[in-house]
Design a protein around this ligand. Structure first.
Ligand SMILES: Cc1cc2nc3c(=O)[nH]c(=O)nc-3n(C[C@H](O)[C@H](O)[C@H](O)COP(=O)(O)OP(=O)(O)OC[C@H]3O[C@@H](n4cnc5c(N)ncnc54)[C@H](O)[C@@H]3O)c2cc1C
Length: 450
């Protein structure tokens, strides 16, 4: 884009939008283009921090009339930095308002709300909903393509709790996506990501949720294989109330440690008995489990999820945790190039599996384990070595893995795997894409191009 065009777009936006507009060279531009993954270093022409739905619509139409590509930024936590492109960034981070309707058990959240913005006020009313395990992730961005977390067994994915959404289509039309509005858009939004429109607000189902029982227990690396085999046995018969993450983090000595991170949501005494076998998988070297409000539980991973570090991620959907996969993970933890790295296993079971594969765009409804291979480093550490480690481990996990992958964490280079992940829903999603975004304005999920 020429300098004149970008200045013209910027001038038009400044004339019509109430939110702040930054272009290259402006004070604050570098802060405005910063996302969670410090390895993402894109320089969009303009960042527009919209203040409300009218602002988003105006910015959207200006960008479109100017022929400039646009991207949408919510919480800025996408690993690959999908929020930033070369053109206009519609930044929703000033739109974080949340209303809790306690009687109806509904949270209405603006499109830029973070997980914490929803779960904190909900918890004050003894309510909660299914979310990611990190508080600073964007609620809409996470929900639109999935939403794995500690409540998945009891409440399903985050998207299973999306009741409806107010959406701006790429032509500026406002649509109410829901069973009581546009049901096809509602279907597509629950798994198809931000590919069809911009969600300016969404309604989430809340459930009664008192203190949960949870935490993280660390085991020494030399016990990792036995610990993960024991983990596999426990989750095979886990009740819906118990969803357990596992994997590896940097331990107290700097060496990798295996971790088990249960979330129990139900009667606390019953939960203690259900969690007890997880505390006997080896000789713990740190951590612990106890009752706490759900918002506190999801602070747990914050230390390892620091904004601004450089990250690379690989992922697999594992139908079960085989001995081979466990060996790969244990070896990976003993050879990772950076002690800030993380291996994470999310168990998908219970309520999330009761939904028919065709009921929402998110198609994988069989019990499985989502594996994440996450390298984290700070420059001048060797980025290539970290990326190579991710690639090597993700490749080693491929035998026996399901062919697709979780669209929220796969990038444009993985378009084939994303499409496979949608299974029999892929054709219907492509039809929805042609209907709601015929010009292919939104490119959030690469395999859903028109
Ligand atoms: C530290 C960390 C922890 C995570 N934990 C989990 C987890 O526990 N479970 C899980 O399932 N996922 C998890 N994720 C993945 C996360 O769900 C995705 O990265 C998600 O896309 C983040 O949304 P965001 O709004 O923060 O990101 P952004 O980078 O702002 O947005 C990513 C894309 O989402 C779309 N989008 C965002 N908001 C809107 C909107 N209002 N309307 C339309 N499209 C929108 C856009 O296409 C945008 O480009 C985690 C990610 C990180 C970095």
């Amino acid at each position: 884009m020429t300098q004149t065009t970008s200045s013209e777009v910027c001038a038009r936006l400044r004339a019509h939008v109430r939110g702040h507009v930054w272009q290259q060279g402006d004070d604050g531009y570098d802060d405005a283009r910063r996302v969670w993954n410090g390895a993402v270093d894109r320089r969009p022409v303009v960042v527009v921090r919209c203040v409300d739905t009218d602002d988003v619509r105006t910015a959207l139409l200006v960008a479109r009339e100017s022929g400039v590509p646009l991207t949408v930024r919510g919480g800025g936590h996408d690993w690959g930095g999908r929020a930033l492109g070369d053109g206009v960034v519609l930044d929703l981070s000033a739109m974080r308002g949340v209303d809790i309707d306690r009687g109806a058990r509904v949270a209405v959240a603006q499109g830029g709300a973070l997980v914490a913005d929803v779960v904190d006020p909900a918890a004050a009313h003894g309510l909660g909903t299914a979310t990611a395990v990190v508080r600073t992730v964007g609620m809409a961005g996470m929900t639109l393509a999935g939403g794995y977390g500690g409540l998945v067994g009891r409440f399903g994915l985050a998207l299973d709790n999306l009741l409806s959404a107010e959406v701006l289509l790429p032509d500026g039309t406002r649509v109410h996506a829901g069973a009581d509005g546009d049901p096809e858009l509602y279907w597509a939004l629950r798994g198809g990501g931000g590919n069809f429109g911009i969600v300016t607000s969404a309604r989430y189902r809340l459930r009664a949720l008192g203190p949960v029982l949870g935490g993280m227990v660390l085991y020494p690396l030399d016990q990792a294989v036995q610990v993960l085999r024991g983990y596999r046995d426990v989750i095979a018969s886990a009740p819906d109330e118990l969803t357990v993450m596992a994997g590896f983090v940097g331990g107290p000595t700097g060496q990798a440690a295996a971790y088990i991170a249960p979330t129990w949501c139900g009667d606390l005494e019953t939960g203690e008995a259900a969690i007890a076998p997880l505390l006997r998988l080896g000789t713990p070297v740190g951590g612990g489990v106890g009752p706490m409000p759900y918002p506190d539980l999801i602070r747990m991973f914050e230390a390892g999820a620091q904004p601004g570090q450089h990250y690379a991620l690989g992922t697999r959907w594992l139908p079960t945790l085989t001995d081979g996969a466990i060996d790969v993970l244990a070896e990976a933890a003993s050879t990772w190039p950076s002690s800030s790295s993380l291996l994470a296993l999310h168990h998908f079971h219970g309520a999330a599996t009761w939904v028919a594969p065709e009921a929402t765009a998110f198609a994988l409804r069989q019990e499985h384990v989502l594996a994440e291979v996450i390298a984290a480093w700070r420059p001048p550490a060797d980025a290539a070595a970290n990326r190579a480690w991710v690639e090597r481990v993700a490749t080693a996990l491929a035998p026996g893995a399901l062919p697709g992958g979780y669209p929220n964490i796969l990038g444009p280079a993985d378009a084939d795997r994303v499409r496979l992940g949608f299974g029999a829903n892929a054709d219907r999603l492509l039809a929805a894409k042609r209907r709601y975004d015929p010009d292919g304005v939104l490119t959030a999920i690469a395999s859903l191009a028109t």
